[in-house]
Ligand binder design. Structure first.
Ligand code: ZN
Length: 138
């Protein structure tokens, strides 16, 4: 088994900022000219997520609206009572959505659907720089 570790950073605005990172992931994977592999895309942090979406204007509103029903920004959170950083909602959202995705690489092509993009969602209540790890296992 061989493991290749690649990495890039993403600057975000926070506040459920949804950023399409598909091209950055493709660039990282295709630069190694590998045929078949498991590609893991992971972001470090407890107020940020990685998931898949059709990156179109409607869903970029629908997903934040859905998450706002589950973990509203202005609800009371035990986390905020303890740490006073006002981002309890961000931690809850990040835990629910998750912080990684896996894409199979087959015959040199990432197997993403035509309308399936990989996105980073930064829920924190301030701008952040996030480290995204692309681990290629074959
Ligand atoms: Zn916090």
């Amino acid at each position: 088994m061989t493991v290749i570790n690649d990495k890039f950073t993403v600057n975000t605005q926070g506040s459920t900022d949804i950023i399409d990172i598909t091209q950055k992931v493709k660039h990282a994977v295709y630069s190694h000219s590998i045929k078949d592999a498991v590609v893991h895309v992971y972001v470090a942090g407890s107020t940020v997520s990685i998931t898949n979406i059709e990156f179109e204007p409607g869903l970029l509103v629908d997903l934040p609206e859905a998450l706002d029903k589950i973990a509203p920004v202005n609800a009371d959170y035990h986390h905020d009572a303890t740490w006073h950083d006002g981002n309890g909602y961000a931690h809850v959202r990040a835990s629910i959505v998750g912080n990684s995705t896996m894409v199979p690489l087959i015959d040199g092509a990432l197997q993403l659907g035509q309308w399936q993009q990989i996105v980073l969602i930064d829920f924190d209540n301030k701008a952040r720089t996030r480290a995204v790890y692309v681990q290629i296992v074959y």
